[in-house]
Design a binder for this molecule. Structure first.
Ligand SMILES: Cc1cc2nc3c(=O)[nH]c(=O)nc-3n(C[C@H](O)[C@H](O)[C@H](O)COP(=O)(O)O)c2cc1C
Length: 203
């Protein structure tokens, strides 16, 4: 092969690599970051969190991370396109650990007015509770209220206000219905996050 042939072949290889590489790069930039943050003392909310993450992954083009609220770093909070928060119901409310997580946004992460750095990110909630109707909806609402106060866009799936599971004071494993609710919530959040992100890129 003479030198002009070698150069020609090289040029074609570069062009081909660029062509093959470009769709992957576009897909990467289109992918959405979903953060599933939860507290769980006896494992039930953690199990529902896994189902939520599974649903979000199922939607495709997602980078999903699942973390205990205590381990969430400010950078990953601020980098997320959507945040799905889970808590056990404690006295008809979110657990103190989850409330502290929200409080730390302002004390540690500079999530403050007037900038509202979480503004326009998607938010959703899930809870597990001992009783069928012993505070689940209030707990879901307190989580959603913290998000709305931060100017986030909230949505639900599963039950009216989010995904739920009844654990009989922690004695029962999660049933298939609860796991399905969790997966549906994760999948819906991921799909809407993707549509929002694409819409913002191509207004
Ligand atoms: C301090 C405390 C308060 C609780 N309060 C409620 C309550 O108000 N309503 C309810 O249905 N269950 C209540 N429970 C039960 C938990 O919500 C339930 O066992 C939950 O599934 C535990 O989640 P985990 O396994 O992720 O820790 C309470 C449990 C504890 C420890």
């Amino acid at each position: 092969m003479n030198s002009s042939n070698v150069l020609g072949t090289f040029a074609w290889l570069v062009l081909f690599a660029g062509f093959v590489g470009s769709p992957a790069t576009a897909a990467e930039s289109e992918s959405v970051r979903i953060l599933v943050a939860f507290y769980s003392r006896t494992g039930h909310t953690a199990a529902l969190a896994k189902a939520v993450a599974e649903g979000a992954r199922k939607a495709g083009q997602t980078e999903v991370s699942i973390k205990n609220v205590a381990d969430v770093k400010c950078a990953e909070l601020l980098a997320a396109d959507a945040l799905i928060v889970g808590s056990p119901v404690y006295w008809s409310n979110m657990a103190g650990e989850v409330k502290s997580f929200f409080d730390r946004w302002s004390t540690d992460c500079q999530v403050l007015p007037p900038a509202f750095p979480m503004k326009d990110k998607l938010g959703a909630a899930f809870v597990t509770a001992g009783g069928v109707s012993s505070g689940k909806e209030i707990a879901l609402l307190t989580i959603l209220a913290a998000m709305i106060g931060n100017r986030m866009i909230v949505l639900s799936e599963g039950q009216a206000l989010g995904a739920t599971a009844t654990t009989g004071e922690g004695k029962l494993p999660l049933d298939e219905e609860a796991l399905r609710e969790g997966r549906d919530l994760g999948e819906r959040v991921a799909r809407v996050a993707f549509v929002l992100k694409r819409g913002r890129r191509n207004p």
